[in-house]
Write a new protein. Structure first.
Length: 94
């Protein structure tokens, strides 16, 4: 029996950020950026902003949530620098 879910999350690759010191491993790396967009019925009905920007460290594989303003500015073409303050640890890597 198949179970239908109401989750409709889409992941969009946003490329790399400029090199930043990883808060977890301390190495200066260019992290891979992803934008996660929630298109589910729950998000539409509740009108809550469920969108999330994440960065993944290529060195230690830690996953960080990214300040939403950073991604908006980057998408609009503004030259922005990511700092440690823009990153919040979600999943600790190796």
């Amino acid at each position: 029996m198949a179970i239908k879910t109401i989750n409709k999350a889409l992941a969009k690759d946003e490329g790399f950020c400029e090199p930043v010191d990883c808060p977890q491993c301390g190495k200066n790396v260019a992290m891979r950026l992803f934008e996660l967009v929630d298109k589910s019925a729950v998000a539409v009905i509740s009108k809550d902003d469920k969108d999330l920007a994440v960065a993944v460290c290529p060195s230690c594989a830690s996953v960080f949530s990214v300040n939403k303003n950073y991604l908006k500015e980057k998408q609009s073409g503004t030259f922005v620098f990511m700092t440690k303050e823009d990153l919040k640890l979600m999943v600790k890597g190796k």
